[in-house]
Design a protein around this ligand. Structure first.
Ligand SMILES: [Zn+2]
Length: 418
């Protein structure tokens, strides 16, 4: 681990020259560009660029023509990037010349000394310590289980909330993509509400369903975003001297590598050397299999873009057998979420509403584990902050998630699922 961090950092610092201080990438003078993909040739150029260990970070995968993607470029590479864009006629616009300024808005200037809360983002250690505190405080209904260890030997934890025997189950995981901090922040808030809210609707869903929540499904990557590189997405498996990490949400054993993935180990959508190569993914699937018979609703919480997505995501996929129900339940959630803060959420299959992606958890949960209502939430925002959502939006975004889930349960009951 020490060697790996050293090599990783040395490389990062080598490509970025100035932005490394105290072992953490500051993103000082990193530029963010939006680039438009208008031809197959441009798509190939950008996909190649994305797959190299060059210090560039694509915030969206260049998946198809007629899309725009955002890319973070180190200061030392800006001139090269502009030349490349010119050469290939890639139209682009500068979003910011200094990403650090956006990062500085993510967290409050001074952390409050009130312990765990939702006015700031927390480390893995803080989240796990809080889970233990909650289990101690609510020991009759709440328990925590370690479902395995990560590549770097960190515990993966699931929290189970159950007020009575015979409940149907709801499964939720978050932060399988390391940089999506808002997702673990919202699901810990959700858990707190399920335990402490006095609202009748929340009490009903808390007490009449069993809740299985994995707040951080990719602990190694999540820790790395705190210590070293805020925009890291993948696991931390080492593939070769230069390339780390598999995209865990392209590594599930269902239609693996059938669209929207990369076979290049440095790419942010690298699907791994084989399906379920990542121990984090096999820990999750073993656990979900163990509870699946009783689980009717599974949610994988991601950011960003404000989408509610359901199977399937892979190339030329057929419609799910209960497509209409999946659409109806998703749309009900979107309609009710909109009533809170007028945030629009788009609903559809992953492939229709967002992009083609395969080996994804939501398709696996539906098609392999047999969970009939299986969704990905892509939380706030639709810009300008993206993955670096200011902490003051944690609570309103979490309220939207709770509203969406409660509405999904209502609609699923009407349709006879729960
Ligand atoms: Zn994600």
């Amino acid at each position: 681990m020490v060697t790996e961090r050293f090599v990783g950092l040395a490389l990062l610092c080598a490509v970025t020259l100035v932005a490394c201080a105290h072992g953490k990438l500051s993103y000082e003078n990193y530029a963010v560009y939006r680039v438009d993909i208008t031809s197959e040739k441009q798509l190939a150029v950008l996909q190649h660029l994305e797959s190299l260990p060059n210090g560039y970070t694509f915030l969206d995968f260049p998946s198809s023509v007629n899309k725009s993607v955002e890319v973070v470029i180190p200061p030392s590479e800006v001139v090269n990037a502009q030349r490349l864009f010119r050469q290939h006629g890639i139209t682009n616009s500068l979003i910011t010349g200094n990403l650090k300024q956006i990062l500085d808005q993510e967290r409050p200037a001074r952390r409050k000394a009130e312990g765990f809360g939702w006015t700031d983002y927390h480390t893995l250690e803080e989240i796990y310590a809080w889970l233990d505190e909650m289990v101690a405080q609510y020991s009759t209904v709440l328990s925590v289980e370690t479902i395995g260890q990560t590549y770097q030997k960190r515990d993966m934890k699931v929290i189970k909330l159950s007020y009575k025997a015979g409940n149907k189950g709801i499964y939720i995981d978050a932060n399988i993509h390391a940089r999506e901090w808002i997702t673990s922040a919202t699901v810990t808030w959700l858990l707190n509400e399920l335990l402490t809210s006095e609202d009748a609707r929340v009490r009903y869903i808390a007490e009449n369903y069993d809740w299985f929540i994995v707040p951080v499904a990719n602990p190694d990557g999540f820790v790395y975003t705190h210590t070293t590189e805020r925009l890291w997405r993948k696991t931390r498996t080492q593939h070769n001297l230069l390339c780390y990490g598999t995209d865990p949400n392209r590594n599930f054993n269902h239609q693996w590598n059938n669209g929207g993935t990369s076979t290049m180990p440095c790419s942010d959508t690298y699907s791994g050397p084989e399906p379920e190569s990542e121990v984090e993914v096999s820990n999750l699937t073993s656990f979900v299999r163990s509870i699946a018979a009783n689980v009717k609703l599974a949610l994988s919480v991601h950011s960003h873009g404000q989408y509610i997505l359901f199977p399937f995501g892979y190339n030329n996929a057929p419609r799910a057998y209960n497509y209409q129900d999946l659409m109806q339940v998703g749309q009900r959630a979107a309609v009710d979420i909109y009533k809170l803060y007028s945030m629009p959420y788009r609903v559809g299959t992953t492939a229709d509403a967002l992009y083609v992606a395969s080996g994804i958890s939501v398709d696996w949960a539906f098609a392999v584990a047999g969970i009939p209502l299986s969704y990905t939430y892509e939380l706030r925002d639709q810009g300008p902050f993206g993955f670096i959502l200011p902490a003051e939006q944690i609570v309103p975004n979490a309220e939207e998630l709770l509203e969406g889930i409660a509405s999904m349960i209502d609609e699923a009951k009407i349709l006879g699922y729960m």
